[in-house]
Design a protein around this ligand. Structure first.
Ligand SMILES: Nc1ncnc2c1ncn2[C@@H]1O[C@H](COP(=O)(O)OP(=O)(O)OP(=O)(O)O)[C@@H](O)[C@H]1O
Ligand SMILES: [Mg+2]
Length: 285
């Protein structure tokens, strides 16, 4: 079920209390019994039973009957908590359309002081293993639910945007809460969906941005034509949650893969003659 501004608006104080309670009780339980929610929220069991039914209907939590009965927070519920907090802080005034959905995120337009992009990280069980391989920051929590891994992913991306936005063109980070990163909207489209007017210049600029990022401690880790936006004049590198430090044990392989992937795009689409080894040398020299 899609994240809906109407559903989020319909949440009342007690609904939010239940969502928050599930959020922190899920550090201990994969499935939280209703009695635990009642004790934690100080609501009656009857009130909890009534409210969870509505939260299930709007896709924010789920019910499970085996091995015991209880409830678990879903991504929509977690996203709603993040959005609620960002709106209380006046970062976000209203939620707009969904503009992207990837393997590990859903991306929305929103209004704040200007037009914003909200990226809700959704690190699922399948992708979690890849995430853990490249990122050392995710703690080894016994049964760390994927919901909490998504918050780490958002923090990690936010950190890169904060460090890089004054050095190279990336979205400007505005705020982060839970699994959500609020950032400026880049006007344009990704390189796979457009033809650039001066590919030679674009390639030179991208390579110089990869180099600047590298020299300041950031290897993108998932660089491709899908993660570079073109504004008509400049390339803007988006989607940073996979970044690694150049001191990472797999850094050379990761930066080589980045440079190889993006150079292959320019070689194939614009018939450019690019030497991978020279490009790589430009970045890491
Ligand atoms: N700051 C932004 N401004 C404008 N559009 C954006 C911005 N950030 C993301 N998008 C749009 O949302 C899409 C998905 O964002 P992003 O690449 O960061 O997430 P993702 O999880 O990698 O998704 P995918 O798996 O599709 O690459 C992008 O391809 C782009 O169209
Ligand atoms: Mg992407």
């Amino acid at each position: 079920m899609e994240l809906s501004a109407d559903h989020i608006r319909s949440l009342q104080r007690y609904d939010l209390r239940i969502l928050k309670s599930l959020e922190h009780l899920m550090e201990r339980y994969a499935i939280v019994p209703a009695e635990e929610i009642a004790a934690d929220t100080r609501l009656s069991l009857q009130e909890v039973t009534y409210r969870v039914r509505n939260l299930i209907d709007i896709g924010m939590i789920r019910y499970q009957a085996v091995p015991y009965t209880g409830y678990a927070l879903l991504f929509n519920g977690y996203d709603s908590l993040a959005l609620h907090t960002l709106s209380k802080k006046n970062t976000v005034g209203s939620l707009g359309c969904r503009i992207g959905e990837g393997k590990e995120s859903v991306v929305y337009e929103a209004m704040g002081l200007g037009t914003l992009v909200l990226k809700f990280h959704r690190v699922g069980q399948r992708s979690f293993h890849t995430v853990r391989k490249n990122r050392d920051i995710i703690p080894d929590i016994g049964h760390c639910p994927w919901i909490f891994a998504s918050a780490f992913s958002a923090q990690h991306e936010y950190h890169a945007l904060q460090a890089l936005h004054q050095l190279i063109p990336v979205p400007v980070p505005i705020a982060q809460n839970r699994n959500c990163v609020a950032m400026t909207e880049i006007p344009g489209t990704t390189l796979n969906r457009c033809t650039v007017s001066d590919p030679e210049m674009m390639w030179t600029l991208i390579l110089s941005h990869i180099r600047t990022a590298y020299q300041n401690g950031f290897i993108h880790g998932d660089l491709s034509e899908y993660n570079v936006m073109y504004t008509g004049t400049s390339p803007v590198i988006i989607d940073w949650p996979q970044w690694v430090d150049p001191s990472h044990k797999n850094a050379f392989d990761i930066v080589s893969h980045d440079v190889n992937t993006i150079s292959t795009h320019f070689r194939k689409k614009y018939a450019m003659d690019i030497s991978l080894s020279e490009a790589l040398e430009t970045v890491i020299a």
